[in-house]
Design a protein around this ligand. Structure first.
Ligand code: URA
Length: 412
């Protein structure tokens, strides 16, 4: 087989066979195919797409490139949830304790922030003492004991995706629905859960910018799940504005605790979390979405979900009492009176990242205490001088984020 012929075939929109995909991708993993050749193939895929058969083949080759987690020693159905990522997305930390408090076992391997979207592992690391890295044995024991474990990768799962993703990140080849579907689903299948819920975020602060692409991604993920005998459900949720009020690691953990204590029931964050948790519960218990939702709301209201969150944090060594947010803050005030029409998720995410809440380059250190707390939401009326948000700052210079708020003046 010839690498150049394979790339050329994709350029000419011809279907690649399983063997051809295996040859070029495994060659890349083994350093036999150069970065520039893989970049060229990836760009041809971005432009010309992939057939379902090609997507299944790539997913299979990704899965087989590393270890697969065996959760068969854990009793009962194991569920997993994944979000395609967004600004202020702390849903895992809310949803996982809710479902675990209802006896549904949830094992979640999470990642760090990517681009401007925060990662669950960074958020958990903001809790002093929290251990984000568990061994496979610890995960299994913890799941059997308390029904919930969130860890960074325990094994060498899907190393090929890791290498391909790093190249996609610097060659403008991330935004390909077939590549995203294979990348995410290979990791979910290798992580071992029986039932998988995918939250596809759509909007300015997300990887997927429109509903059509979200629907396409959803169809592909469900089809891939079927191939591996896994039930996959998807939800398509909004990411044009940040999810919730807090953006930044420890600030988001504070918001998680507040939601789990039943505050913010009128917010979109609460609504999305209840929707996600209800879907997971109904998948695991095979009951209706309506019944599952009643159970979810009951366990938020009776304190069981929050109790499970505290138990989980303690079990992984964290001390919520020692959680810190920066003691240096600035309030950002409106320079006009009117109605808030938009709060740009990407701009707020970029601000939070620039304060140090995420790694911008290798060697940086995350400042867990910085970030932004929004005081207003879309549709709110503001007067001149009203506070729009508070920025929690650390050592880095900060930029006024007024341009993230679109305010329509009353007389315009
Ligand atoms: N997240 C992933 O893990 N892979 C992608 O391709 C995109 C988002």
């Amino acid at each position: 087989m010839d690498v150049i012929e394979i790339i050329d075939k994709k350029r000419l929109k011809q279907e690649l066979s399983y063997e051809e995909i295996k040859y070029i991708f495994e060659g890349f993993l083994n350093d036999e195919v150069e970065d520039y050749q893989m970049s060229s193939l990836l760009m041809a895929i971005v432009l010309n797409g992939m057939t379902d058969e090609e997507i299944f083949a790539l997913t299979d080759i990704f899965i087989n490139s590393g270890d697969v987690l065996d959760l068969s020693n854990i009793d009962g159905v194991k569920v997993d949830k994944h979000s395609t990522g967004g600004i202020g997305d702390k849903t895992t930390l809310i949803v996982a304790p809710i479902v675990a408090s209802l006896g549904v076992k949830i094992c979640k391997m999470s990642g760090r922030g990517l681009g401007y979207t925060g990662g669950t592992i960074d958020k958990l690391e903001s809790i002093p003492g929290f251990r984000v890295s568990l061994s496979e044995e610890e995960v299994i024991r913890q799941l059997n004991d308390i029904g919930i474990a969130i860890t960074s990768q325990t094994k060498n799962l899907v190393p090929l995706d890791k290498k391909v993703y790093a190249l996609r990140d610097v060659t403008a080849t991330v935004e390909s629905i077939p590549l995203i579907a294979s990348s995410i689903m290979s990791k979910k299948i290798a992580s071992g859960a029986d039932k998988i819920l995918i939250d596809i975020k759509v909007g300015s602060g997300a990887l997927i910018k429109n509903e059509r692409d979200a629907k396409h991604l959803s169809d592909l993920m469900i089809k891939i799940g079927k191939k591996y005998n896994r039930e996959v459900r998807t939800l398509i949720t909004d990411m044009n504005t940040p999810l919730g009020k807090a953006i930044g690691n420890s600030l988001e953990v504070v918001e998680v605790a507040s939601i789990l204590r039943g505050h913010g029931k009128d917010t979109y964050l609460f609504e999305v979390c209840v929707e996600l948790a209800s879907n997971l519960v109904s998948m695991a218990l095979n009951n209706s979405l309506e019944d599952a939702k009643k159970m979810v709301l009951e366990n938020i209201n009776n304190g069981q979900a929050y109790k499970k969150f505290v138990e989980f944090v303690k079990r992984q060594g964290g001390s919520l009492n020692d959680l810190r947010v920066s003691n240096k803050s600035r309030v950002v005030r409106s320079d006009k009176s009117g109605i808030i029409k938009n709060i740009d998720a990407l701009k707020i995410g970029m601000l939070s990242a620039s304060l140090g809440s995420q790694l911008e380059k290798q060697g940086d250190k995350v400042d867990y205490t910085v970030g932004v707390v929004l005081h207003k939401k879309i549709g709110d009326i503001v007067n001149y001088g009203d506070s729009l948000c508070t920025i929690y700052i650390g050592d880095k210079p900060y930029r006024n984020p007024l341009d993230a708020f679109t305010i329509e003046e009353f007389n315009s």
